[in-house]
Write a protein that binds this ligand. Structure first.
Ligand code: SF4
Length: 166
């Protein structure tokens, strides 16, 4: 059966910037884990960032006029870490394509994994609607991205994809 990509910090891996994890207690995730369907992945670690690391936020977006990607990501020390985030997003797409993954469950709010909201680039804890680099790249390549609060919808889609592939 096809695997599901899941942000590593949502299950067992303490890979967040602060060295912590954000365990998700959903029974759906636990069932998928028991069935061996989960492929845990952290784009930021895959992109070359250490654990722990300073928090990072996206401070520039897509240029709406020419749709050029002008995204710039800085960490709380003011260092440009965009390259690491781009690399992590690229590696996420590679792994998804290798395993023919159709569904990703990504931790919302992250400059990599966020799909509904991110932080506004001021490091003041202000949320704004937006997507992280990995979520955006996966969605642009046809992957169905859900956050940790949308597992029921992800499960319904999974049933329907499984039924079609029989
Ligand atoms: S990049 Fe994604 S998987 Fe890695 S710690 Fe951040 S939210 Fe979790």
């Amino acid at each position: 059966m096809e695997k599901i990509l899941v942000s590593a910090c949502l299950i067992e891996e303490p890979v967040r910037y602060d060295g912590q994890l954000k365990p998700c207690s959903s029974t759906i995730l636990k069932k998928w884990q028991r069935e061996g369907l989960i492929l845990a992945f952290c784009p930021e670690v895959a992109g070359g960032l250490p654990v722990p690391r300073p928090p990072s936020e996206i401070i520039a977006g897509i240029d709406k006029k020419d749709k050029k990607n002008t995204r710039l990501i800085i960490n709380s020390n003011g260092q440009d870490v965009t390259l690491f985030f781009n690399e992590g997003a690229k590696k996420s797409l590679e792994i998804v394509l290798i395993h023919d993954i159709k569904i990703a469950i990504l931790k919302d709010g992250s400059p990599s994994c966020g799909s509904q909201y991110i932080y506004d680039g001021t490091f003041n804890g202000v949320r704004i609607p937006g997507r992280g680099l990995t979520a955006e790249l996966l969605e642009n390549n046809g992957i169905n991205v859900f956050n940790e609060n949308e597992l029921k919808s992800a499960e319904i889609l999974k049933y329907s994809l499984d039924a079609k592939s029989k």
